[in-house]
Design a protein around this ligand. Structure first.
Ligand SMILES: NC(=O)C1=CN([C@@H]2O[C@H](COP(=O)(O)OP(=O)(O)OC[C@H]3O[C@@H](n4cnc5c(N)ncnc54)[C@H](OP(=O)(O)O)[C@@H]3O)[C@@H](O)[C@H]2O)C=CC1
Ligand SMILES: O=C1OC[C@@H](O)[C@H](O)[C@H]1O
Length: 400
């Protein structure tokens, strides 16, 4: 009962966060959003309400009415609409930071344009369609002295840092393998969803696989050496779009990572439907195992189960980690946070810290983002699928 009430309390507050007073010490950091994307509310607008230094100031949509409706709904001051709306938002001197939740295939063009306009960028995952594009974006950000972050929000939540801490402590022994599942049942996503559009950077590997690869590389602490096997089931409308991908990767020190990601997992035995999305991993070590579920939305629900064997004795314990202080000693010692803080709220805290020149020890570096896209490309190649198309945008910048 207490657990259920805790779940209700956390979920309610996470979805209806208290509006905190704006800071009067320094000018507010003004965010502008490119596109009235579904994820914008959860990933930025809601977290911004509880950050005293931040305001979401502008929204640009291809359709003016859409921008205005979105602005009214979320209390956003400025709405840009029409074919030039995105560039108009970038040209607004009031805006300090651009949030880019456009379809993956447009990440590169609009992040480059935002950086060229002198804006910091919070960029949705995956960073771009290719690793080359990812490299160019980070080179330009560096050249301009701007903050660019690929929004792998889960990395800023205490639970994944606690998992990393358990692994690094040696409690389950040397890691031998890691198995991931990140799937949604068939029918949850409509066939016209951007995730099924090849030129917009669709595919399960781009959408959910990018998280799996980022998490695996983080937990193992190295880059994959090779792809041992990879197979993809193409979507009905376009076989180049992987509806489901299964792959196995080899990492240094004989670690193997296996995963399945899916934008619509077909029914078991052809007729028993999967009712729930899955988001979980199991790490097998020489002395035990660690299982973690719903690491992508841990505020709402998750648990970590650690099983260790000592001779004939098996010990099992379950942890739930919502607060920075639950990550014993180290990494999150000085972090703000709370049980209802979402992954996105923790991410915004770290992003603003960077903008203010305070470097947090949890971050997604340029190398991390580039390495992730490389891993995606390696898997597509092994599965016999093309990488998602390169953008036609030509950057005038020398930082290539
Ligand atoms: N961090 C997270 O937890 C999540 C991240 N994402 C990522 O965020 C991004 C957006 O996802 P999501 O919010 O689900 O997507 P939506 O389809 O809701 O939003 C995409 C936006 O892109 C704009 N757009 C511009 N050009 C096109 C085009 N040719 N076709 C379609 N849309 C276009 C539209 O803006 P306009 O209003 O101008 O028409 C639209 O609002 C993706 O990169 C995805 O991977 C998605 C979900 C969760
Ligand atoms: O970023 C995301 O997180 C959750 C997924 O189910 C979704 O498709 C993806 O875009």
């Amino acid at each position: 009962m207490a657990a259920f009430l805790g779940f209700l309390n956390r979920s309610y507050t996470a979805l209806n966060p208290p509006d905190v007073p704006r800071s009067t010490d320094s000018p507010l950091i003004k965010f502008g959003i490119l596109g009235a994307a579904k994820i914008a509310s959860m990933a930025l607008i809601s977290p911004a309400k509880t950050h005293p230094d931040v305001v979401v100031y502008g929204i640009a949509a291809r359709d003016l009415e859409r921008a205005q409706v979105f602005a009214k709904k979320h209390g956003i001051e400025k709405a840009y609409g029409g074919p030039d709306a995105y560039q108009q938002l970038l040209d607004d001197p009031q805006i300090d930071v651009v949030y880019n939740p456009l379809p993956n295939g447009l990440h590169y063009e609009w992040t480059m344009k935002a950086l060229l306009a002198g804006k910091h960028v919070l960029l949705e995952k995956p960073a771009a369609n290719t690793s080359e594009e990812t490299k160019h974006m980070f080179s330009l950000a560096k050249e301009k002295g701007l903050v660019l972050l690929e929004a792998f929000h889960y990395r800023f939540h205490p639970v994944i840092n606690r998992v990393k801490q358990i692994i690094d402590s040696g409690e389950i022994g040397k890691v031998k393998s890691i198995e991931h599942l990140f799937t949604v049942p068939t029918g949850l996503l409509k066939s016209d969803d951007i995730r099924f559009n090849f030129s917009l950077g669709g595919g399960s590997l781009m959408d959910e696989g990018c998280y799996i690869l980022n998490c695996t590389r983080f937990l193992i602490g190295s880059e994959p050496i090779s792809v041992l096997s990879a197979s993809a089931q193409g979507a009905d409308k376009d076989p180049r779009v992987d509806q489901t991908t299964t792959a196995s990767l080899s990492f240094p020190e004989d670690v193997t990572a296996t995963f399945t990601c899916s934008l619509g997992l077909p029914p078991r035995f052809g007729f028993i439907p999967h009712s729930l999305p899955k988001n979980e991993f199991k790490i097998i070590g020489e002395k035990g195992e660690l299982f973690c579920t719903f690491w992508i939305i841990p505020t709402f629900y998750h648990y970590v189960e650690v099983t260790t064997k000592d001779g004939d004795t098996t010990k099992k314990r379950t942890e739930k980690v919502y607060r920075p202080q639950d990550v014993e000693s180290g990494m999150m010692r000085n972090w703000m946070g709370g049980e209802w803080w979402t992954t996105y709220r923790y991410q915004l805290e770290a992003f603003v810290d960077r903008l203010k020149g305070r470097s947090s020890d949890i971050w997604i570096s340029a190398e991390d983002s580039i390495g992730n896209m490389r891993a995606i490309e390696m898997i597509y190649e092994k599965a016999g699928l093309p990488s998602r198309p390169t953008s036609t945008f030509q950057s005038p910048s020398k930082a290539q």
